[in-house]
Design a protein around this ligand. Structure first.
Ligand code: ZN
Ligand code: ZN
Length: 342
């Protein structure tokens, strides 16, 4: 499957309003528009759809193989900028900004184009999710009392790489026992114990695209409170998944899941948004949260990840990556959501 970068640039050009060109400097966005993965490149996209790429000597050979006009430069932004050029306000440093002639700060436009994925991108995200599922399935039987959280993270990440991941999509979270009450816990030296719930939040990076999934498992038969908590989060996660339809308001999707957790008296224990887009970045548009007003489009990969966190006791989070579809969301992370008792 080939990638049509020119079509992506045309989609960006169509969004330009009030400027004759936009200078894109954020590496992920340059990659999206040209195919060049580098730490120093910029692309100028003009309103008529024509474009030019600048990069330095380290990347120039690769750049010359792409379907775009290329120029070699060290100061890539200065090289390409025209007077009154639109710039990525969220990304450009003040130092670069000050070297340009009347730059015009703009809203995130490439991010807007990136939200809806093409077939090539969906295939890469599907593969990233399949690797994540497979790795979890392969190592879950090895999760046992005595291992540290760091041990488990290392085993899981090594397996994803063996299965073809570029690397982990982000620093894996393994949170056991009371650490499960910290949504972004960093895996530490705590040893897993019988009676723990263990939350694993992880994903593979595959050809630049991210997977993101979370499962909470039980070491030994869960106590009643643990099973009740698990079932509550699973119910909320299901409601969130079912609310994912093109046209849905992002705040309403969050509400579908959150209202279930609130009704059980745990509203204050679900302290983050319901989900986020995934693609070339692990967290990207759109975001699902209580005050969000945007509408979902078709073909948008997005996570649904409610959690309930009880300080001093533990927590449960369940997360899938899905793709919005007119005929119902496509589930990409297929590991069971029945509570695994290990
Ligand atoms: Zn996650
Ligand atoms: Zn996530």
């Amino acid at each position: 499957m080939t990638v049509n970068h020119a079509r992506r640039r045309a989609a960006l050009a169509a969004l330009l309003d009030g400027v004759e060109a936009v200078l894109v400097t954020w590496p992920v966005n340059v990659r999206y528009l040209t195919g060049l993965d580098s730490s120093n490149a910029a692309v100028l996209v003009r309103a008529d759809g024509t474009a030019k790429l600048a990069t330095d000597s380290r990347y120039i050979e690769r750049a010359r193989g792409l379907d775009i006009e290329v120029v070699e430069a060290r100061d890539v932004a200065k090289e390409l900028a025209v007077p009154g050029v639109g710039i990525e306000a969220a990304h450009m440093t003040v130092a670069v900004f000050q070297r340009l002639d009347r730059p015009v700060p703009m809203e995130p436009l490439v991010e807007k184009v990136r939200t809806v994925k093409d077939d090539h991108e969906l295939e890469l995200i599907r593969t990233a999710c399949a690797i994540s599922d497979q790795a979890f399935g392969d190592i879950s039987g090895n999760i046992r009392p005595g291992l540290t959280e760091r041990d488990v993270a290392r085993i899981l990440e090594a397996r994803m790489i063996e299965l073809g991941a570029d690397k982990p999509a982000f620093e894996s979270i393994v949170a056991s026992g009371e650490n499960g009450a910290v949504p972004h816990h960093t895996p530490g030296e705590r040893q897993l114990r019988r009676g723990d719930l263990v939350t694993l939040d992880f994903g593979a990076l595959y050809q630049g695209y991210h997977a993101d999934m979370t499962r909470t498992v039980s070491l030994g038969e869960p106590a009643d409170w643990q099973r009740d908590l698990y079932n509550l989060v699973a119910d909320a996660q299901k409601a969130g998944r079912h609310a994912l339809t093109p046209g849905a308001v992002t705040g309403d999707v969050d509400r579908a899941a959150r209202s279930i957790i609130e009704a059980a008296g745990h509203g204050d224990d679900f302290r983050h948004g319901l989900g986020h887009g995934v693609g070339l970045e692990i967290h990207e548009d759109p975001f699902l949260g209580p005050s969000r007003t945007g509408r979902l489009e078709d073909r948008v990969p997005i996570t649904v990840e409610p959690g309930v966190y009880l300080p001093g006791r533990g927590g449960v989070r369940i997360e899938d990556t899905l793709v919005t579809r007119v005929d119902g969301p496509e589930l990409l992370t297929k590991t069971t959501k029945e509570l695994l008792v290990l």
